[in-house]
Design a binder for this molecule. Sequence first.
Ligand code: LER
Ligand code: MN
Length: 271
Amino acid sequence: MKSCITISLVPSLKGGPWILWDSLEKSIRESERLGFDAIELFTEGPQAGKKNELSNLLNETGLTLGAVGTGAGKVLNGLTLTHADQNIRARAITFVRDMIDFGAEFNAPAIIGSMQGSYGESTSKQDAISFLHDALEELGNYAHRQGVSLIYEPLNRYETNLFNRYLDACEFIDQLSTNGVSLLADLFHMNIEEDNISDSLKKGARHLGHVHFADSNRKPVGNGHTNMVPIAKTLQEIGYDGSISAEAFAWPDPLTAAKTTIDSYRKFFFQ
Ligand code: LER
Ligand code: MN
């Protein structure tokens, strides 16, 4: 398993669930100093910092890029893969393709979370699911050709009405013909939606590709009431060897959140 920490380079979204918020350089150096293996980036689009800054910093520190988030496509640009407007859906596909290219240069997958959108107002449930299916098929194949996977993330009911539960998302992925898509288990969303997080992870282990690590209240693990012991045991039992990435509020501040996180990783995964 790779210990990974989220870095946001979008100051306008301050307060969102990312641990480090400083410049790319400061955040990567801090991650290295604390002992993380990898970083997950949340950016406005398919670039981070100045030209070559990311590759230089990764080379210098030996850290890797664990994943790139695509959520800014929705939050900053209003794009989703299930929008009623065909033109907006097409722009969403282009945005995600560009993010796949960005990540693939560093061997990192792109994550589709908020970019999935929701059904309602102008899109029916059936249409939205069919748009999502076609988008994942196309983008999964696109990612696969570049040697990376595309990570689809079920979100809790307050963020999407498409797929909230991990095993429902597994069944949906089973119906795709591409094998370029895997699933993200975000322990915060799962805390809201699953009957039993460990059981869902066991039953859906075949698709697990990334983990977002946060406590019940989305604070860094150790500050809420999720019982992480059986979840960590399950991840080990199913042989999960991908990234475990802290996507949590920078509570009480980014540095303390990062320290709490690396301590939790050591406690649960890397004794
Ligand atoms: C949003 O709540 C989330 O969990 C992100 O990983 C998706 O963009
Ligand atoms: Mn997440």
